[in-house]
Design a protein around this ligand. Structure first.
Ligand code: NAP
Length: 336
């Protein structure tokens, strides 16, 4: 096992908050993962598991052992009317989408261009343009951190809900090693988001997964900053879900409120709209700010540290709460 020491974590954080890992090991198999976890347990080192680093903010240096998940490989299995596609936890989500679209498979096309790795996708049940991971999820493989045993989890065992899962509620308990999706050779595009529908309205003939994926990519590129150009970790807050009565009260005061009724009667508010009304859209404060095209995305062009990033998050959340009486919650994982 090759354990590196005093490792600069810059390549492991798209938000570019500076930090150093006391130790780091790159893991390319389930066996290597178990060895790394066993070593950490024997030495009582705290363990941090990182994938692509697209949903993490470092508040400071990480003592103990950082495990970078690099389990590779994509396989495809035909099963009656569906196709099962399995990818290692270290595969970039984008590589998996590209693979599926090239195979003309339906299911992942709306999730094009989401940063991060396959292993991170179930943790927050990634979603975009009306499709959540759970709708195409078949099963995953994981290792329990406490006894190093390997398990297969079905969708029910993952307890998915809106940008939530069992893995988010039990941080540090499991390490996901692979994910299997259930996709279709024949399918219908999911066009519930008007932006996507409008862009595709002029396409002649039947739509393909590639046409939808390309359109999603074009919309995202026009609106969301590429971390290679401007450090960011995507949406910085969850869209808050409020009661129908709270939403009605807000709607009366704010007729332009952007809200979406949920199947369970609650109402989802667009956090980006709330942040924009609070005056933060496009504002930069000593190197960290809220994006000019989408106020939900915090950008860090000044490569400020985690404390500065979290200070702005607190200021934004406080102002939104003062204005709307709605509490925002930070989406990325804060480490340590
Ligand atoms: P948008 O289209 O400006 O919409 C703003 C918000 O309204 C989104 O957060 C979306 O919620 C919600 N929304 C819009 N149309 C909706 C509809 N027809 N039904 C239900 N909810 C609707 O959002 P955007 O910032 O450009 O993002 C586009 C998509 O990419 C969204 O689905 C967003 O979640 C996803 N995305 C996710 C991340 C991340 O880090 N998690 C980052 C960037 C973009 P939802 O978020 O629930 O879809």
């Amino acid at each position: 096992m090759n354990i590196q020491t005093k490792v600069n974590l810059a390549p492991y954080c798209t938000m570019a908050t500076p930090a150093v890992a006391e130790r780091l090991v790159v893991v390319e198999s389930t066996r290597a993962l178990r060895e790394a976890l066993a070593l950490a347990q024997a030495n009582r080192w705290p363990v941090y598991v990182l994938g692509g680093g697209s949903n993490v903010v470092f508040k400071g240096d990480l003592a103990g052992l950082v495990i970078h998940m690099a389990i590779d490989g994509i396989t495809l299995q035909d099963a009656q009317d569906t196709v099962l596609v399995t990818a290692g936890a270290g595969v970039r989500w984008q590589a998996l989408v590209d693979f599926c679209v090239a195979q003309n498979l339906w299911g992942v096309e709306n999730l094009n261009l989401i940063p991060g790795t396959v292993g991170a996708a179930p943790i927050q049940n990634i979603g975009a343009y009306g499709v959540e991971l759970e709708s195409i999820f078949h099963r995953l493989e994981l290792v329990r951190v406490d006894d190093l045993s390997a398990h297969t989890f079905t969708p029910e065992m993952c307890e998915f809900s809106y940008r939530q899962s069992r893995f988010k509620r039990e941080p540090g308990a499991y390490v996901i090693t692979s994910v299997t999706l259930r996709l279709a050779r024949q399918g219908e595009p999911q066009l519930s988001y008007p932006g996507l529908q409008n862009q595709l309205a002029h396409v002649a003939g039947p739509l393909t997964p590639k046409a939808v994926a390309d359109t999603v990519a074009a919309i995202r590129r026009a609106k969301l900053p590429d971390p290679k150009d401007i450090p960011n970790s995507g949406s910085f807050f969850h869209n808050p879900i409020v009661s129908a009565s709270k939403a009605a009260e807000l709607q009366a005061r704010w007729p332009n409120l952007v809200s979406f009724a949920q199947p369970n009667g609650q109402v989802k508010l667009a956090a980006g709209w709330l942040i924009e009304q609070a005056g933060f859209k496009g504002q930069l404060y000593d190197g960290v700010g809220m994006h000019s095209q989408q106020a939900l995305v915090m950008t860090n062009p000044g490569r400020c540290n985690g404390s500065q990033v979290l200070a702005l998050a607190e200021t934004v959340a406080q102002k939104v709460n003062d204005l709307f009486g709605v509490q925002l919650h930070v989406e990325p994982q804060i480490l340590p």
